[in-house]
Design a protein around this ligand. Structure first.
Ligand SMILES: Cc1ncc(COP(=O)(O)O)c(C=O)c1O
Length: 415
């Protein structure tokens, strides 16, 4: 019990950093449970953005004036901070800033895949991939002639690792797997998948969009070759994502976008490329966002990633238990005590969109739809599901409000 007390988050204190949580709709206070889509931004991060624009806004790498130097140092150091946060010892050289996880996926698919894949090669995905990974590799397969295969998800929402061991062969060139499923909440054994890939001289790309925000992640312990995540899902700003890549791989890859900032020498005939990571950051990069994302990392680490993880897991388990009190709710994915901080579900007789609309009347924000996992929803045999997802500022009382709102929907549709 004592450990539970000491590692519990002071959520009331944390909520003071997020004034948006005080918003009311028709006199009812917002309950924000759409964190897997995007998280809210603490004052400390908002302040960092304001400070940047108020005091040292300038383009980076291009000027020798004071402002440009200050902005350049802050922007470059933000890469080191993000690299350190996910355990990349190569620091900034292994940390590329992109627009989001989706762009990080595309960067590797195009810069690496177009060169390296061809007929006879295979890319192995999981059946629970987000469209960011699934559509990208699927389309790259069509362009290059490589086959795309899927590791099945079993009835409980776990990857079939025996099938994975059969599917990953010497023909496999890339395995792309989601770390924490944004629909099932499954936490995948990405380290084991990395070992399987490496046993066959293949690479692994890990989609960490739902992992980095809420648990300690060490890309080197996983032995990921590439690892991607988004700033806006981890208390940071929109418009920035990250791509970790092993230095030797990023060095070998051709650029993804061409233009200013990513070149070293240009003639009318040819060009050479800047050092890492700038080779992959063409044009004016995400300066304010980068500096602000580093501030978000400071914020999260001050609270503690293990504590954030436990907080979310407890909320997910509580939500799982409360939502299944009545026998008419299907929750997809692993049991309540073995999942990341989200629950996707359907209530018998209530369409997920109707449910989320009625829940919204109670000022409870959840998501309805396929959560960018259409093939997985097809496999589950449903067109859509409702999803409640938690973050460090959510409380059990908010889960209770969700359950009350769901009950209201149930009553309405029972009439
Ligand atoms: C698992 C997963 N991967 C990728 C993405 C795509 O993130 P973004 O829209 O920031 O590119 C999401 C966002 O919903 C996600 O949950």
């Amino acid at each position: 019990m004592e450990t539970q007390q000491t590692d519990a988050l002071d959520v009331e204190r944390i909520r003071e950093d997020f004034p948006i949580l005080q918003r009311e709709f028709d006199g009812t206070q917002l309950v924000y449970l759409d964190n897997a889509a995007t998280t809210q931004t603490p004052e400390q991060v908002v302040e960092t953005i304001c400070d940047y624009y108020r005091n040292y806004n300038a383009n980076v790498h291009r000027g020798i004036h004071h402002l440009s130097q200050e902005a350049s140092v802050a922007y470059e150091e933000a890469h080191d901070r993000l690299a350190e946060f996910v355990g990349a010892s190569g620091e900034r050289e292994e940390m590329v800033f992109t627009k989001n996880t989706t762009e990080s996926e595309n960067l590797v698919a195009y810069a690496w895949g177009l060169e390296e894949l061809g007929p006879g090669d295979e890319v192995v995905l999981t059946e629970m991939e987000h469209h960011a990974s699934l559509v990208t590799w699927q389309q790259l397969g069509k362009k290059t002639g490589a086959d795309v295969k899927y590791i099945p998800v079993d009835e409980r929402g776990y990857l079939d690792m025996d099938a994975a061991a059969d599917l990953i062969t010497d023909d496999t060139k890339m395995v792309s797997a989601v770390h924490v499923s944004n629909t099932l909440g499954t936490v995948n054994p990405v380290g084991e998948l990395a070992d399987l890939a490496h046993d066959h001289d293949a690479y692994i790309f890990v989609d960490g969009a739902q992992a980095v925000p809420n648990r300690p992640v060490d890309v080197e312990a996983i032995d990921a070759d590439f690892y991607a995540f988004s700033g806006h899902k981890m208390a940071g700003p929109t418009g920035i994502g990250c791509l970790y890549g092993k230095k030797h791989l990023l060095e070998e890859m051709e650029p993804y976008l061409y233009g200013g900032s990513m070149i070293r020498k240009v003639t009318y005939e040819d060009s050479t490329w800047e050092d890492l990571p700038w080779k992959f950051e063409a044009g004016t990069p995400v300066i304010a966002q980068g500096v602000a994302l580093a501030a978000a990392v400071d914020y999260l680490e001050d609270i503690g990633m293990e504590r954030i993880q436990r907080h979310e897991e407890r909320l997910a388990e509580y939500a799982y238990d409360r939502l299944t009190e009545e026998g008419d709710v299907d929750i997809y994915g692993p049991p309540g005590d073995d999942r990341g901080g989200l629950v996707s579900f359907n209530v018998d007789g209530v369409h997920a969109h109707d449910l989320s609309s009625i829940v919204n009347d109670h000022a409870v924000a959840i998501r309805a739809g396929d959560h960018c996992t259409q093939p997985l929803h097809d496999k589950l045999g449903v067109a859509a599901s409702a999803r409640a997802s938690f973050y460090l500022y959510n409380t059990r009382e908010e889960v209770d409000k969700l359950v009350e709102a769901v009950d209201d929907a149930r009553q309405l549709f029972a009439q």
